[in-house]
Design a protein around this ligand. Structure first.
Ligand code: SF4
Length: 688
């Protein structure tokens, strides 16, 4: 046994896939991953994992990993030393800054990188290059949810914990598919629903697993969630079911909201959303009768032109019914990537420093200017959508993209690729030669989570440490070291010897993290950020909402109807995840077992549509939107209804990638692409 113990290394890590934040031991022998061992002490998942966390790690040893810096020579890349690559970056990015100014540069960070690495990317942008042009992929997903919560409650994160979802009397799942996107969290709901009498309502276009299990499954027309939320809220108030005491004590703008709700009658909602009045009354009644309502939402809400306002309407409903600032209830935008919450928390956004301190706030800015020894603009920088527009105008000349495959995951990816090709200079820090990396002038090989230390923050604002299980592959380096090296080339004396020092610097500047450090996070311990006095804060707002008067503010924003398409695009293309693969597939498509289970993407179509168009499962179809076209096989399933069809987002093939079809419309407030507002026409090519 002693022999075994010394040869097998057991390392605590945090899952690199979804935002649930499962942790477990990874058993390794050298670079060989022997197994993933879930343990009781894991605070989120205990002994549970899903297929990705348990079996999804072979990408770490893929022979497609980048193992040395690469420099473009014409149409190819040649291997380079770190010195050559970093010197070229210093020369080219320095030239762009000197010639066109700091705002001719843009920085994109990654929700796969650690908190410490995200902190350094925003510091690189703000201190070294003196620009606020920095953003991360929450722009593609949950920015509207963060915005809606920020406006109403003051903090853009889940208002309580996964435990509170599990203990709620009623869970409303809205525009997300937790059994596929957040499997271990979904297990908690399934158990509570089956064993503890928890009630479950799902609103979605697609009858996914949680919809099948629900007490009530509702299919509103695409992009109309705002309307039923407003109508249900109005009905609740009309019935006198709102929580008057809570509103009086803790909520501002009730009368103004009441006035805004006036047109949102059940009749109007029925017409606009296609959901019957009776069903809406049933929803309102279930919320009224429940001991605590938790609303979980995802991209089905946020990736719409009305994503922000709809997120605000969700918060309004919860506030009016007293379902905030208490256990067993609350607002839960489910974060997609493992560290998308952390990336935003660390200030890789154009308008905020770490901990959501605004760049327009003179006091916060003065603090960072003092710490960084540079002047920082009080104007928010460009988000990643605006960066692409600035490239088009010839104003943005250089980009530094770390761990984000924008050329593949951005809506209308043909357009994004055209823009990246226009840049004078592009640095990509990555672990694989992604589509985005293929546009780079310099590629820097970073490392996946198993090869470094750091922290990740899950969907419930829980910060957890991960430890290094193995050495970086080949000549690759932990991303925090790479960013540090870049800063040093510009004469900045960044002397971090360990990520704990980066975390400590961040925490010293960020009130939400003032009580958190590597000792607090040791081993299986964790910390929920959320109060400015250093306390662990699983449930937010129990001491008041995050505004000077401690009161929440009902969001007073109206309805933005869905984008209109020409009639010939007659099918609504919903899109999202499947259980086995992760996101665009860059990681899981390098895992043999997962590819065996789910080798290719397909389009789900309803039995009615299949019959009308003569399609069977296996028929090859061509889908065309105003932006592009794909060819793939159909799967006929009653998960879909009528003219709504569904495509998974995991394709690694240029033939079948959903973002060839998605378009240019964006959320009114945050510019999150309206991926879900995509319409296509279908041509039947051939039967199998
Ligand atoms: Fe990883 Fe999410 Fe699966 Fe947990 S539920 S193992 S965090 S992918």
């Amino acid at each position: 046994a002693a022999m075994r113990e010394t040869r097998t290394k057991k390392t605590k890590t945090v899952c690199t896939f979804c935002g649930v934040g499962c942790s477990f031991e990874v058993w390794t022998k050298g670079r060989e991953i022997l197994k993933i061992e879930p343990v009781d002490q894991a605070p989120v998942n205990s002994i549970s994992t899903c297929i990705k966390g348990k079996f999804g790690w072979d990408f770490v040893n893929s022979n497609q990993r980048l193992t040395t810096p690469l420099i473009r020579k014409g149409d190819t890349f040649v291997e380079a030393s770190w010195d050559e690559a970093l010197n070229l970056i210093a020369e080219k990015m320095g030239n762009i800054k000197n010639t066109y100014g700091a705002n001719a540069l843009g920085f994109i960070s990654s929700s796969k990188m650690t908190n410490e690495e995200n902190y350094l990317i925003q510091k690189l942008a703000r201190q070294v290059f003196e620009t606020n042009n920095v953003d991360n992929c929450s722009r593609y997903c949950q920015s509207p949810a963060s915005w809606g919560l920020q406006e109403t409650t003051g903090i853009g994160g889940d208002s309580a914990t996964i435990e509170d979802i599990a203990s709620a009397g009623l869970v409303v799942i809205l525009g997300c598919s937790p059994a596929e996107g957040h499997p271990v969290l979904a297990t908690r709901i399934k158990r509570a629903h089956k064993l503890n009498g928890q009630k479950l309502i799902t609103f979605d276009l697609r009858k996914h697993e949680m919809a099948e299990r629900s007490d009530l499954f509702v299919r509103p027309k695409q992009g109309t969630d705002y309307v039923w939320l407003a109508a249900v809220t109005k009905y609740i108030i009309d019935q006198g079911w709102h929580d008057e005491e809570f509103i009086k004590k803790h909520v501002n703008y009730f009368d103004e909201y009441l006035a805004l709700l006036k047109p949102f009658t059940l009749e109007f909602a029925e017409k606009e959303t296609g959901v019957s009045k009776e069903t809406l009354i049933q929803v309102a009644t279930m919320i009224h009768e429940a001991d605590g309502t938790a609303i979980c939402w995802g991209m089905g809400v946020t990736q719409n032109v009305a994503g922000s306002y709809t997120s605000g309407a969700i918060a309004n409903l919860l506030l009016v019914t007293g379902n905030m600032a208490r256990k067993g209830a609350g607002a839960f935008p489910l974060r997609g990537h493992n560290n998308v919450q952390g990336a935003a928390d660390m200030g890789t956004m154009p308008n905020i420093f770490p901990g959501y301190q605004s760049v327009t706030d003179d006091v916060a800015r003065a603090k960072f200017e003092k710490a960084y020894g540079v002047k920082i603009s009080n104007k928010p920088g460009l988000d990643n959508i605006q960066m692409l527009q600035a490239i088009d105008r010839g104003e943005l000349k250089g980009m530094y993209i770390a761990g984000e495959d924008m050329a593949w995951v951005d809506a209308n990816s043909n357009h994004t690729q055209e823009m990246l090709a226009k840049l004078d200079f592009l640095v990509v820090q990555e672990i694989f030669l992604t589509t985005t990396a293929q546009f780079a002038d310099v590629i820097l090989p970073g490392t996946p989570s198993l090869e470094k230390e750091g922290t990740f923050t899950n969907t419930e604002r829980r910060v957890q440490r991960l430890y290094q299980a193995m050495e970086p592959l080949g000549n690759s380096k932990p991303d925090w070291q790479i960013i540090t090296e870049v800063a040093k080339r510009f004469g900045f004396n960044w002397n971090y010897s360990h990520p704990s020092e980066i975390f400590a610097e961040m925490a010293s500047l960020t009130p939400f993290f003032s009580g958190c450090n590597y000792d607090v996070l040791e081993g299986w311990s964790s910390f929920h950020w959320g109060s400015t006095d250093g306390k662990n804060t699983p449930v937010l707002y129990t001491d008041g909402f995050n505004f000077p008067d401690k009161k929440a503010r009902l969001a007073l924003f109206g309805y933005v109807p869905p984008v209109e398409f020409p009639d010939e695009f007659d099918l609504t293309l919903d899109n999202g995840r499947l259980l086995e693969q992760f996101h665009e597939g860059n990681l899981t498509n390098k895992v043999g077992g997962i590819n065996y289970k789910l080798p290719e993407v397909f389009v789900e179509i309803s039995p009615e549509l299949a019959k009308e168009r003569g399609v069977e499962s296996g028929t090859l179809v061509r889908l065309e939107s105003p932006y592009g076209a794909v060819k793939l096989k159909a799967v006929v399933t009653d998960r879909m209804q009528g003219t709504n069809i569904y495509m998974p987002m995991h394709s690694s093939s240029h033939e079948t990638a959903v973002n060839l079809l998605t378009g240019n419309a964006v959320d009114v407030k945050t510019h999150t692409p309206a991926y879900k507002q995509t319409k296509v026409r279908m041509q039947v090519l051939k039967k199998q």
